[in-house]
Structures are given as structure tokens and as C-alpha cells.
Design a protein around this ligand. Structure first.
Ligand code: ADP
Ligand code: MG
Length: 729
């Protein structure tokens, strides 16, 4: 065994769980103690300032300078009382990660003394040195700098000794340079559109928010083992490796008892999260060995996105304390399940109603059906945009890999609701007779069980499934920033609700329909028009791929293909109509996502080149030389009869040569393709080339390396193996 591999294993085997003392306080008492939330706000701030901020959060009102000063001074007092020394605007640049630049409160006054300074201007606006964040050319085009601005709708929190202020990141010309700004704009748009529609049913509704509950999957790998694999360290996934004799086929890990070391990590993670106000609630093993999931209670979408970004950061920090490398990659290990991040999504009113939850009365059920059918219609009309929102080099490995939803977008709603929609589809064209209306209300709409939750089939193969009181977007990748898919989903549903309102009002105003008749008529047409997006069968099957093709649904298998729709005329006009993003912002994001894709494949190609030339091939040659000496020895002993004794050894020598040759040829050919790709002038062409010309070599190279792994003496093999990575505890 190579020294590196041996040491890594030895270290791992000697680990004990890092003890985590459950704090003296109960978790309920710890919740939010590091958050400048509503209660802290009240204690530290004058009532006037408190009301102004609440107004800003609830009604989007501006906060003036005087109030900002009061908030800043309260935040500073609170943060210092909790031991904070620095503050930072915490934001989500288009890299998908989070960014922070810490400044000290401490400021010398010039007369030999110093004060703690933090006022309204520092709270409201900061200017990070933004030149190294991707901007897709926005800053170049406008020669503008970027600044961060406080987002009062997401509370400030303390990480370590730093006060973190959730912020947006925009250029001086107003273009969003981050993931949060478009999401906030989409949230505003759906508030407007959904409130208007909800008021058909309930005049008390004045505000609608989108809600998100994410479920984060991840792998825990011992950090010594992870460090022994250059591919895991640099690409987040193994590029080589023969599967272990035992994988996940026994299904003994899922929901099984959590290994002690992992449990210690989870406990500390949960305590950290709870202090930060992230309402984590669920933890369990996932399907693959060493794969786990953590999920919180749902929250308002912007806050939930912040909390997920924060969680991913906290996970790696806590992981390090427990000697774990946390893998958030969508597919760290080919051959076993990858990781996703289900996005549970719904709409909630300020009257406390979940608009995607069936109600108690026919009227509230009609409201439910309205939002339910409009969401399906939105997914039908904008399936490709939704697909684009989850496209990444990582997620390409997972979607359609027989364990994750396919790249084909479809909606699963379960048998009961399918039957309801079938009934509604038969509603009379025009005004309904009183009998028909009664029948509908009592026997169709009225029969929707109040609690569908227990009845909904659990179709795990659908990318977008209704699960009783919310839709679950399952195709989202584990390392993604949820802001992207949430911005798209929220915008397309806002658009659909806007269209719905127009359609219903037109029937009322121009054709004299009664409101309910108009709603039934419009819903009927939407059910018909969106039928092809509904699929109740096995999304993993070959038949579905065929069937989807017949239905005319897209099957965009790779990122460069999937991303293109974002810059279509229709998409740009959609996002502009809702003030979510303008053309410049959309094109910038497209550019950045293509570049990110290209870089990822490029890096993986380089790592593969290095691993094969410097690790795999030298090892294979060493082993081959040993066999050659053996054959030579046999020749010395047996003379010309040696072949009878050395037949298999000679075959082995030949096999090794074959794989060495194929690896060397493929690595060279791959490098040539990279060079060609790099010369292409447009990012979309480069991305296509990396996808279709460079990437296909990865599998060929891996195949030959994995064959060598099976042939070469385990003692010589330099790379830590699957069984060691996944089964050492
Ligand atoms: P599962 O889907 O695993 O059976 P649950 O239905 O309890 O589990 O919820 C899974 C996730 O869905 C949780 O994060 C939960 O907070 C979230 N969720 C539940 N209701 C809503 C809602 N109305 N809006 C958004 N997310 C929700
Ligand atoms: Mg779920």
C-alpha cells in the first residue's frame, strides 16, 4: 500500500468521535441566540426604529438615515455584548458561495484613544473590493464598481466573533451581481400576483409569501482519507475508482442507525444551526454509505435561502472539527447515489393560509385548486427554464442516473388529484348550470380530502412532485444555491397568476360570466393545455424517455444545452416583465454559468491527466515489471517449457500494456481537445466543446484505470479505494 494511502487509513482507524457536550440550555432556549431577531430588536431598539424596520420588512418601505443609525447602534451594542469584534456584509456573489470581508468595530480616534464605531452608513452600504467576483462583464460594460447593501428582511447574526449582515450585491448602475437580489424581486412579484388572485376567494388577504423548506443531502468522508485523494480535494468527486464489492445494494444504510462519529458531527452542527436561528429538525442516513440528510422547518423563501447558504458554510467548519470532509458535490462517487437538495415550495398568505393546502370548505378548496393548477401550468409553460435553473456540471452526473429524477421536467400529483382534474376538465364551456355547480362544489372540489398528506403517493422518481401541501422540486443539486431555482419557480408562477387574473377578468368583464364560472372555465382550459407535463409513472424508466419524446417534452441532458433557454427572447421578456432581471443581468449570468461549467470540466481534465500520468501509469509499470521478472525467473527454471507456466502472467503483462496504452492515447487526445476548445471565441461554443469533445474522454480513461485497479497488486495501488473511503468509520 502506498505510504499516503496507508497513513490515511491508519489515521482514520485511530479516530474516536469528538465528544460534543449537549449544552446546559435546552435547544429551544438556544434557538436564535446568535441572531439579531425580533426579540433582540425590541430589547435593543427604540420603538420608533423597531416599527420602521418592521414596516420595511412587511411593506418594502425605505429606511431613512436616522433610523439606520439607531439600528446600527443597537446591533453594535448587542454584537459587542456577545463578544463580536468585527462586522461584515454577508452576501452571495454569483460564484454560488457566500462572501464576507470583515472590518473591526475598533477605530482609533487619533488622540491615542479608540472607540467602537458602527453607524447607519456602515450598516446600509459597503464597498467590498468586488473586482474579483464574477460579473459576467456587467462591471466592464458600465465601468461601475459594486457595492453591498443591507437586506433588512433577513436578520443579522453572529458567526464566531463577527456580526454578519445579510446583504445584496449590486453594481453602481443598479444591476444585480448576486443571487439574492433577483430572488427578492421575484418574491415581490409573486406577492403582488398571488395576492390579487387570492382575493377572488378572500378579501382579507393582503400579502402572499413564497415558502421554502430544503432538504440537504451530503457525504461525510474522513478528512485524512479525503486528503489522500487529489480528485476529491480539488474537484469534490472521485474521477477514478473501482466500485467496492459492497455498495448500497443491501439498502442497509438508509434510515439505519447513525454511526457514532457522524452523530457527534450532526449534534454539533444542529446546535450551531439552532443558535443561528436555522430551524433544523430532521436528520437521517441516506441511501448511500456515509450519506446523510439534514432538513429544517420551512421559512419565507429569502430567509430559507440565506439559511441554506449559511448551513453549507457551517457544515464545513463543524466538519473540520470532527475530522470530516463534508462533500456537497452532486455525485462524488460514480456508481452509488448522488446528493440532491429537494426544494419544498409553497405560498402562504398573511391570513395564515397555505395556498397549496386543501381547505375545509369547497370555497377554500377552489382557492387551493386555483393555485395548484396554475403552478402546474407554469411548470408546463416554462419547463425548460426550470431545467436551466438547476443545470450545473455537477448535477449533470446526477440527473437521470437512475437514482435521481431525469433531466425531463414533469409533474407528479397522485391519483386522487388526477381524478379531480379529470372531472374539472369535463366542466361545461360557458356559464355552468346551478346543478352542475352544486355537483362540482359538493362532489368534486368538496371531496378533496382536507388532509391529502397521508394519501399522497410518494413517487420518488418525479422531478417536481405534489406532496400534499407543497410542491417538491427534487431535481435541485446538493451544492446549488437555492436562490436560482427559487427565483425561476417564483417568477413563472407569478407570471402564470398574472395571466390567470387577466383571463378570469376578461370572462367576467367581456362575457358577463359570474366569478366562479369564469374561474372554472379558465381552470378547465389550463388543465387541458398543461396535460402533457403530468406524469405519474416511473421517471427512471426507459419507457418514460420514449413517452416524453412523443409528448414533445424536452430532455436536455447537459448543462450547455440546458442553459441556452435563459437568453431566449421569451425568457428575457418574462424576467423583464416581472422586474426580476433585465437583459444585461440575464446575459451576464448566462456567461458566468458557462464559464463556471468550462472551468469545472477543464480542472477535472487536468486532474485526470495528472493522476494518470503521475500516479496510475507509474504504478502499473512497476507492477508489470514485477511480473516480467517473474516470467524471466520462470524461463530460467523451466527453459523453453516456461510458457506453459507463465501463460497467465504473460496475459496479465499484455492486459496491463493494453490499458496503459489506451490511457496514454486518451489523455493525449483529451489534452488536444482541450487546446482546441480553449481557442474557440465564444463561451457557449467552448462549453459545447468541453461537454461533447473533452468530457467523453473522462469515462474512457476511467474505465482503463479502474481495470488496472483490479489487476494491480493492492499493496502498490496509490489511490485510496472506494471501500476505504466509504466504509472506514
Ligand atoms: P417529507 O417530505 O420528507 O415527508 P415533510 O413533508 O415533513 O417531509 O417536509 C419536508 C420538508 O418540506 C421540510 O423541510 C418542511 O419544512 C417542508 N415543508 C413543509 N410544508 C411546507 C410548506 N408549506 N412550504 C414549504 N416547505 C414546506
Ligand atoms: Mg422530501
Amino acid at each position: 500500500m502506498s505510504t499516503i494511502r496507508f497513513k490515511a487509513l491508519e489515521t482514520t482507524l485511530s479516530r474516536k468521535p469528538v465528544p460534543v457536550a449537549e449544552p446546559a440550555e435546552r435547544r429551544s432556549e438556544l434557538f436564535g441566540i446568535n441572531v439579531f431577531g425580533t426579540n433582540t430588536f425590541k430589547n435593543y431598539m427604540p420603538k420608533e426604529a423597531y416599527n420602521a424596520v418592521t414596516d420595511a420588512i412587511q411593506h418594502g418601505k425605505k429606511i431613512d438615515r436616522k433610523i439606520a443609525d439607531q439600528v446600527a447602534s443597537a446591533m453594535k451594542a448587542w454584537a459587542i455584548s456577545k463578544g463580536a469584534t468585527h462586522y461584515t456584509h454577508w452576501f452571495q456573489p454569483l460564484t454560488g458561495a457566500t462572501a464576507e470581508k470583515h472590518d473591526a468595530f475598533f477605530e482609533p480616534t487619533g488622540d491615542g484613544t479608540a472607540i467602537d464605531k458602527f453607524d447607519g452608513s456602515q450598516l446600509v452600504q459597503q464597498e467590498p473590493d468586488a473586482s474579483s467576483f464574477p460579473s459576467g462583464g456587467i462591471r466592464n460594460t458600465f465601468e461601475a464598481r459594486g457595492y453591498t447593501a443591507w437586506d433588512p428582511t433577513s436578520p443579522a447574526f453572529i458567526m464566531g466573533t463577527t456580526l454578519c449582515i445579510p446583504s445584496v450585491f449590486v453594481s453602481y448602475t443598479g444591476e444585480a451581481l448576486d443571487n439574492k437580489t433577483p430572488l427578492l424581486r421575484a418574491a415581490q412579484s409573486i406577492d403582488h400576483a398571488a395576492t390579487e388572485v387570492a382575493r377572488y376567494f378572500d378579501k382579507n388577504v393582503n400579502k402572499v409569501i413564497a415558502t421554502l423548506g430544503w432538504e440537504q443531502e451530503y457525504f461525510l468522508i474522513d478528512s485524512a482519507l479525503a486528503a489522500s485523494r487529489p480528485d476529491l480535494m480539488m474537484a469534490g468527486r472521485v474521477l477514478l475508482g473501482q466500485q467496492a464489492a459492497k455498495g448500497q445494494q443491501l439498502e442497509d444504510h438508509y434510515f439505519g442507525s447513525i454511526p457514532e462519529r457522524a452523530l457527534a458531527f450532526m449534534r454539533e452542527l444542529e446546535i450551531e444551526c439552532i443558535k443561528l436561528g436555522i430551524p433544523v429538525k430532521t436528520r437521517h442516513n441516506e441511501v448511500a454509505p456515509n450519506q446523510f440528510e439534514v432538513a429544517p422547518l420551512y421559512e419565507e423563501v429569502n430567509l430559507a435561502v440565506d439559511h441554506n447558504s449559511l448551513l453549507m458554510d457551517v457544515m464545513s467548519k463543524v466538519g473540520a472539527r470532527h475530522n470530516f470532509t463534508v462533500l456537497l458535490h452532486e455525485k462524488p462517487f460514480a456508481g452509488i447515489n448522488g446528493s440532491g437538495k429537494h426544494n419544498n415550495w409553497s405560498l402562504a398568505t398573511d391570513t395564515g393560509v397555505n395556498l397549496l393546502s386543501p381547505g375545509k370548505t369547497p370555497k377554500s378548496n377552489l382557492m387551493f385548486l386555483t393555485f395548484f393548477i396554475n403552478t402546474i401550468k407554469a411548470v408546463h409553460d416554462y419547463a425548460d427554464l426550470l431545467r436551466a435553473s438547476i443545470a450545473s456540471a455537477n448535477n449533470d452526473h446526477r440527473l437521470g442516473a437512475n437514482e435521481a429524477p431525469p433531466a425531463i421536467i414533469s409533474v407528479f400529483i397522485g391519483q386522487q388529484l388526477s381524478e379531480v382534474l379529470d372531472e374539472l376538465e369535463r366542466v361545461t364551456d360557458g356559464n355552468l348550470s346551478p346543478e352542475e355547480k352544486t355537483e362540482l362544489k359538493l362532489n368534486v372540489v368538496g371531496k378533496i380530502p382536507e388532509i391529502l398528506l397521508d394519501n399522497t403517493d410518494r413517487n420518488r422518481t418525479s422531478p417536481f412532485a405534489f406532496t400534499g401541501n407543497k410542491f417538491e422540486f427534487r431535481a435541485v443539486g446538493s451544492s446549488a444555491n437555492c436562490a436560482k431555482p427559487m427565483t425561476v419557480l417564483t417568477t413563472i408562477v407569478a407570471e402564470q397568476l398574472r395571466v390567470f387574473k387577466n383571463d378570469v377578468d376578461a370572462l367576467i368583464d367581456k362575457k358577463g360570466y359570474k366569478k366562479d364560472d369564469a374561474i372554472f372555465n379558465v381552470l378547465r382550459e389550463y388543465i387541458k393545455a398543461s396535460k402533457k407535463i403530468r406524469f405519474e409513472g416511473d421517471g427512471y424508466s426507459e419507457e418514460w424517455v420514449e413517452e416524453a419524446k412523443k409528448r414533445g417534452l424536452s430532455n436536455l441532458k447537459n448543462t450547455p444545452e440546458a442553459l441556452k433557454v435563459q437568453v431566449s427572447k421569451e425568457s428575457i421578456s418574462l424576467f423583464e416583465r416581472h422586474n426580476v432581471m433585465n437583459k444585461t443581468e440575464i446575459e451576464a449570468r448566462y456567461e458566468i454559468e458557462l464559464e463556471e461549467y468550462i472551468k469545472k470540466i477543464q480542472i477535472e481534465g487536468r486532474i485526470l491527466g495528472d493522476l494518470t500520468t503521475n500516479h496510475i501509469i507509474p504504478t502499473a509499470i512497476r507492477y508489470q515489471n514485477r511480473i516480467i521478472s517473474n516470467v524471466q525467473g520462470l524461463k530460467d527454471i523451466f527453459g523453453k517449457d516456461y510458457e506453459e507456466h507463465a501463460k497467465e502472467q504473460i496475459n496479465l503483462i499484455k492486459s496491463i500494456s493494453k490499458y496503459i496504452n489506451s490511457i496514454l492515447n486518451d489523455v493525449e487526445a483529451m489534452t488536444e481537445e482541450r487546446k482546441k476548445a480553449n481557442k474557440l471565441d465564444h463561451a457557449d461554443k467552448r462549453a459545447d466543446a468541453y461537454c461533447n469533445k473533452v468530457k467523453p474522454y473522462f469515462e474512457k480513461i476511467r474505465y482503463a484505470c479502474d481495470k488496472l485497479e483490479l489487476l494491480v497488486d493492492d499493496e502498490l495501488w496509490p489511490m485510496t479505494k472506494y471501500r476505504e473511503l466509504l466504509f472506514t468509520r
